[in-house]
Design a protein around this ligand. Structure first.
Ligand SMILES: [Cu+2]
Length: 178
């Protein structure tokens, strides 16, 4: 029986192996470093919400200072009638949405603005395509028209802590006022 070929015979001597080992080792260090820098850079630049947007009726995203809510329309959460129509401001915080229940008219476009004052929350209106990630300091805005009177539940679908499962609000869709 012939002996197995020695590494030296196939050109893989100790020095060559060491060279390859150094190259691949260095390459993995560079990749780990790039991953680290990329994650830190995306956290600092706040580009993450732009990347994750889409798939819903989002019409705009603004930024606010969660510590300065009183100087924004979020100081008085709820439905307001403006020159642009009906606008609804909702504040998410662990583990509630404010207001807890919202009455909205059917067949009327409503622009909803949601922000978080503490951690990342979710905002999903069950039975619709409205499903957004609510980041502290960011405003998610979208326009929605409820067709049928009734109740529509809104849940937080991003795990935000011990009380996450209790975090919900409800839209009560009233018949259109004439
Ligand atoms: Cu949650």
């Amino acid at each position: 029986m012939a002996p197995p070929p020695s590494p030296a015979a196939s050109g893989l001597d100790h020095r060559t192996l060491e060279t390859w080992e150094t190259i691949w080792g260095g390459l993995s260090l560079v990749l780990v470093w790039l991953l680290f820098v990329g994650v830190i850079a995306s956290m600092i630049s706040g580009t993450f919400p732009q990347l994750s947007g889409g798939g819903h009726a989002a019409v705009g995203r603004g930024r606010i200072d969660p510590a300065q809510l009183e100087v924004t329309p979020f100081a008085r959460p709820g439905l307001v009638r403006t020159a642009q129509g009906l606008e609804l401001y909702i504040v998410a915080r662990s583990f509630t949405f404010t207001p807890a229940v919202v009455h909205v008219p059917a067949d009327t476009p409503i622009t909803v603005h949601v922000t978080s004052v503490d951690v990342v929350h979710g905002f999903q209106v069950t039975g619709t395509t409205i499903n957004d990630e609510i980041l502290p300091g960011h405003v998610a805005s979208f326009t929605v028209t409820f067709r049928h009177p009734g109740a529509q539940d809104v849940i937080c679908n991003e795990y935000c802590g011990a009380g996450h499962h209790t975090m919900m609000t409800r839209f009560i869709v009233d018949p259109k006022e004439n």
